[in-house]
Design a protein around this ligand. Structure first.
Ligand code: RIB
Length: 317
């Protein structure tokens, strides 16, 4: 079967400490330890697969237990894994989660940093056969750009999740995205880099919708921007002549209220679910895809962990 969603991105072994409060500089805290699969790319691929889409995941893995973990888990979720063999060890992340489910993350890119544009290009047939291609910024920018270029040439819908915020996507990469999905922090960082306008990340959720729409249009004039707002849901901004089946050029989508255990990977849940929903229902209004992704992301915060917390939903959920 041809892949419906192709995700290009990172796999990490997440080392997670859960404690009352996130440690301050110089502070030692007691907490509970667990490890599990993560990486924004793998989390999104897992969400896509568990939300019902045939999913291919293109990544780079070390020849080590972390790489074996990725291969085993991908097989278990029916994900078509295309892994470049890297000399570096498989990627890792150190994560602290506090009692409110908030986190701080440090990543060791490892193998993820070796994902080459040539390897991505060699997966061109799978990328060109996809309905939706989704990427993030924990892999080299030229490799991500190669994937989106192949996808665009084949008329697949391209989704770019510009995460994490400290990696700055160049204009050329933004322009390759049909749909850009920053969170508030990433949105503020991209505006500061690419636009004369800027905004404080904490002010995004309280901003006037017309003002947010104007900022989104400045950031991605030719595409759709979905700013994810955590517990406040998401803000959508379309180009005026390309509403993707919606009645409005800009609007908010509320989040569902849930008992939050761990927000790690919630953004990844949103992106994977959005990709899966778009891939199976091109004729459905975009707002319905965003509503599905918001619900799915909320569900993903009910459980601890990243990839392993992605809910398994029927395709028509
Ligand atoms: O988005 C959450 C992910 O960020 C974690 O799984 C961690 O691996 C980092 O990539």
């Amino acid at each position: 079967m041809a892949s419906v969603v192709v995700v290009v991105g990172s796999f990490n072994v997440d080392h997670v400490w859960t404690c009352d409060a996130l440690p301050r500089p110089g502070e030692t805290r007691a907490g509970a330890y667990a490890s599990g699969p993560g990486g924004k790319g793998f989390n999104q691929a897992t969400a896509s697969a568990r939300a019902g889409a045939a999913t291919t995941f293109i990544c780079a893995l070390g020849d080590d237990p972390g790489g074996a973990l990725a291969r085993g888990l991908a097989a278990g979720d029916g994900i078509d894994l295309r892994a470049q063999h890297a000399a570096a060890p498989t990627g890792t992340a150190g994560i602290y989660v506090d009692r409110d489910g908030r986190n701080s993350i440090v990543i060791g890119a490892g193998a993820n940093g070796e994902l080459s544009a040539a390897f991505v290009s060699a997966q061109g047939a799978a990328i060109a056969a996809a309905a939706v291609v989704l990427a993030q910024l924990e892999s080299p920018v030229d490799s991500v750009l190669e994937a989106l270029r192949i996808a665009r040439a084949a008329r697949a819908t391209t989704l770019l999740n510009p995460a994490p915020a400290n990696v700055s996507a160049p204009r050329e990469l933004l322009a390759a995205a049909d749909v850009l999905t920053p969170n508030e922090t990433e949105f503020a960082a991209l505006l500061a880099r690419h636009c004369d306008d800027d905004i404080d990340a904490d002010a995004v959720v309280r901003s006037d919708d017309a003002q947010l729409h104007r900022l989104c249009r400045a950031l991605l004039p030719r595409g759709t921007v979905v700013v994810t707002l955590g517990a406040a849901g998401a803000f959508v901004s379309h180009r005026e002549d390309q509403l993707r089946g919606d009645a409005l050029a800009f609007y908010r989508c509320p989040a569902t209220r849930v008992e939050v255990v761990d927000t790690t990977g919630a953004g990844d849940a949103f992106n994977g679910a959005l990709a899966a929903s778009l891939a199976r229902g091109a004729a459905t209004p975009f707002a319905a895809h965003v509503a599905f992704a918001c619900r799915y992301a909320g569900e993903a915060t009910r459980l601890p962990g990243a990839a392993s917390a992605m809910p398994r939903l029927p395709a028509d959920a």
